[in-house]
Design a protein around this ligand. Sequence first.
Ligand code: TYM
Length: 332
Amino acid sequence: MARVLSGVQSTGVLHLGNYLGAFRNWVSYQEHDDAYFFIADLHAMTAEYEASSLARSTFDVALDLLAAGLDPSRCTIFVQSHVPEHSRLAWLVECTVSYGELTRMTQFKDKGAENEGVRAGLFTYPALMAADILLYDADRVPVGDDQRQHLELTRDAANRFNHRYGEVFVVPEAAVPLFAARVMDLQVPTRKMSKSVSSPLGTVQMLDPPEEIERKVRKAVTDTGTEVRYDPATKPGVSNLLELLAAATGGDPGALADGFGDYGSLKKAVAEALVEMLAPVRGRAEELRRDPGHITRVLEEGAEKARAVAGPTLDRAMRAAGLLAPPGGFAG
Ligand code: TYM
């Protein structure tokens, strides 16, 4: 049984990119593997955020993960800040990776390298993310394409630490889906669909009602010409729609293109497939909203199970790095 771990930030409303790039695969991993999924609330603090709504967002993301199909009897679901080992191991990772490596992270470059006032936490974010993963001896980390570089840094950090201090960490691998690993904004198909960039018409939310999904897909920006062809370089809009269809129906985007004579019929098929795929998620979300106590219990049990794994790893790493252990060890 492989150990699988992944996380999602608790900022903004979850969208189709999160679902297809990540959550849907998380759901399949829980069937066969020892899986841990968490809500990265500490990561949400690396950019400006509303303190009065962070707790609510974290809770809502937990609800959305259960709605997406995570089953707490098959996997462990928890909140990052409830497991203090994450921030403690992050320090060891910060003392393992270099300043140069962190400056080369594209997400940092895109979001704030130019800005003196940017939070230091945004800069060290990848070290915390590496700690998130290494604490659980994760073999596989199912993520979308945008997280590949962070996973590479995590592997480098694990290898370097092991080399310096002895074998402590499992070196993890990214598991990125074949299609829809980078779902693009429906209005600006050269930009990825994102929680942080406001593009209401270009972002299909995971819990959008069917009419909204249909409207957004109908208005999706397509490319010049009329031919339906899979070619992300010259036809980004159409190719994005074909990838969505492929991901939702299980086909291949290139082969699917042959079945459509014009953009209108493609959009209709995409909207139908997305509505059908997301209907059960919406249904479960509605049920879950009626029992908030259930979510609280899931997170409480999840944190306990997570700490049982994270504590011993932290202890191992602190000792290997040469710190003087307190009488009861570093965990707890
Ligand atoms: P986050 O919260 O931005 O996104 C959660 C997951 O959704 C995927 N994703 C996408 N996939 C396809 N197309 C898109 N447009 C799209 N947008 C987002 C992301 O790749 C991700 O898998 N740093 C992480 C959270 C994190 C984490 C971790 C993940 C913190 N610690 C440890 C794995 C392991 C993030 O910001 O994801």
